[in-house]
Write a protein that binds this ligand. Structure first.
Ligand code: MG
Length: 367
């Protein structure tokens, strides 16, 4: 199998709620998503997607993904896309860093590897654990009352795990955490994700104020060192996200006892190949994971489902179904949430078909 052409599409994904807000007043209303379609000489094509959470969440932005793909694509023409290890080596030699630009290409190669083998990606990643994957709902930053109301609504849709977007004024955040924990039952999970928004004194105040509550603290401060300081001052279970961007940081943070859970985002680490490596390492080290991506539509949701469903259940802290947050469907066949859960498809590869009406014409073709 040989790569004959790489087609790139740009798709806007507007948010159903109108706006998604998190720390420091950041928000996105329309997500800029990039779809990659790899065509081969064997009448088979593979698809991938990358969708940064705006230009100011990670060092990633929509047009940057397409510029990175333009740099990478000429190096990949003629290579065998189902040899995902070789593809990753070629990409890493051709372009230093820029993991998110590599993610959609790597995802499309796994789609092809699955189609070639006649297996869902989930099976290639070790096989299916359990019936389905439990999802969380991210609760956009608003007033404490509005966030509690949103949690109640999403709970009625079957969700049992919630991630509050905090990282604002610490007194407001303390109110947000109390108001939302109060309406949840035992066994329902609440995560307060500050998305790097607090200084250490603010994080320390919030962590102290919620010290008796059943709540996880996620990525309180900007740097790893600041987060580690807060970690050592609080007994709350602790999640690192933005700072854990690859194997080296994972191993350093593990050695420091810096977290109980990591947030593993496919594009943050450069694609499914590297996400799987980190996933397997976490399962060996005893670290649970939120398995997801920075954002996305149907293709990303399918990829998350395959990675999560092939992860032993104990290590799946939670995952999310991004295709339920947005108004545009970029592919059919992706998992759809049922009662707060989703399952990886059983068709070969990622199991999705691009929705040509939503995609329009490619913005670039490399052949
Ligand atoms: Mg996070």
């Amino acid at each position: 199998m040989k790569v004959e052409a790489i087609k790139v599409y740009q798709v806007d994904l507007p948010l159903k709620e109108g706006r998604y807000s998190w720390s420091d007043g950041k928000y996105v209303e329309v997500f800029d998503c990039t779809i990659v379609e790899i065509e081969t000489d064997q009448n088979m094509s593979g698809v991938g997607e990358v969708c940064p959470l705006g230009p100011f969440y990670l060092p990633a932005y929509g047009p940057g993904a397409r510029t990175g793909i333009a740099e990478l694509a000429p190096h990949l023409l003629g290579c065998n896309p189902s040899e995902t290890g070789v593809v990753n080596l070629i990409m890493d030699q051709a372009l230093l860093g820029h993991p998110y630009a590599k993610s959609a290409i790597d995802m499309a190669c796994w789609d092809l590897a699955g189609k070639k083998a006649g297996s869902p990606v989930c099976d290639l990643f070790g096989g299916r654990h359990g019936d389905d994957v439990v999802l969380y709902r991210a609760i956009s930053q608003q007033s404490a009352d509005e966030m509690a109301r949103n949690i109640a609504g999403y709970r009625d849709e079957g969700y049992t795990r919630f991630q509050l977007k905090v990282g604002g004024d610490p007194d407001d955040d303390i109110a947000r955490i109390f108001a939302t924990r109060e309406i949840l039952d035992n066994g329902e999970v609440l995560v307060a994700d500050a998305n790097t928004g607090w200084l250490m004194h603010e994080a320390a105040r919030v962590a102290d104020a919620v010290a008796k509550l059943d709540v996880y603290i996620e990525q309180p401060c900007k740097t790893y060192e600041e987060c580690l300081t807060i970690r050592r001052r609080t007994a709350r279970p602790f999640v690192l996200d933005e700072n854990v961007d690859g194997v080296h940081m994972l191993l350093r943070a593990f050695a420091d006892g810096a977290m109980d859970v990591i947030n593993l985002k496919i594009s943050k680490v450069g694609g499914l190949t590297k996400a799987r490596q980190i996933r397997d390492l976490c399962a060996t080290l005893g670290i649970a994971m939120t398995i997801e991506d920075s954002w996305g539509g149907d293709v990303v949701t399918a990829a998350i489902a395959h990675l999560a469903h092939s992860t032993p259940e104990r290590f799946r802290f939670t995952s999310t179904d991004f295709n339920s947050y947005v108004t545009v469907s970029n592919a059919s066949g992706a998992p759809r949430r049922e009662n707060g859960r989703m399952r990886a498809g059983t068709a070969p590869g990622l199991g999705v078909e691009l929705n040509r009406d939503a995609l329009g014409e490619p913005v670039a073709v490399y052949s």
